[in-house]
Design a protein. Sequence first.
Length: 272
Amino acid sequence: MKNLFHYIPAPIAAFGALMMEHGPSYLLATASGLSVAGITYLVKRYHATRPEKPEIVKDAMTGIKYQLTQDEIRTGIHKWEGERRKKDPTDPITANTALELQSQIQGYCEYLLNAIDGADRVVIHKFHNGGKYHTGVSTQKMKLVYEAARYRGFRIDNEISGADFNLEKMGGILKKVVDNRYLHLTMKEDKEQYGFTPYFQLLQEDGVEANHLAILRSGKERYRNIGLLSIHFIKRKKKSLTEKEQMLLAKARRDIQMLLVGDVKGYPKNHI
């Protein structure tokens, strides 16, 4: 008698032989897998339908403790983060463009601090007439209104950082800047010429090695000198700016001048 599997296709015969030899163990494994899946499903379903255990939340202001579920916490966060009130049109933070102008000017100071190699501090002073002499003539002063420093310890902490620095204390330095629009000072080389000038002395005492100054002006056909832009080099002496740095500074200076025209920051009530 011929083997029964002789008349059955080879794949089916192979599967039959495999089941005859290992069938019981395969069936047991399949049943075990179904049992594990079923148990896992039941456990997940139990946790999903089980009432959520509330958490104890303490109010930081009153010290009162509350029992809240996660859903209640999420709902509360959404409720308090939402803003249903209308914006006040007179709000000085969002109503006018002054804050936006000031943030842009401050941004230019920080930009120059990174763009000019070796720069440790960038400051902008505004000119104003903060008072009058006994003759009735206005005193010409300047106030530091914008500053960006590479390190916190490099921020100005002397008379130059005040609101009423008399311009006469700058001596011939200011005249040079006004006449030429720019002036690059190095403390060691220019000490002989400006060593007794109060402004120069204050920079020396502050550890400044070099100072690049640029005049700030307003107007198109006719201009007025409205402020002073200064780049201080504290860690090392820089003899001059490169051509690329001069180009970057010239562009930034033009933009800053336009922004300063609409900026009232730093002016006293009796400003010009």
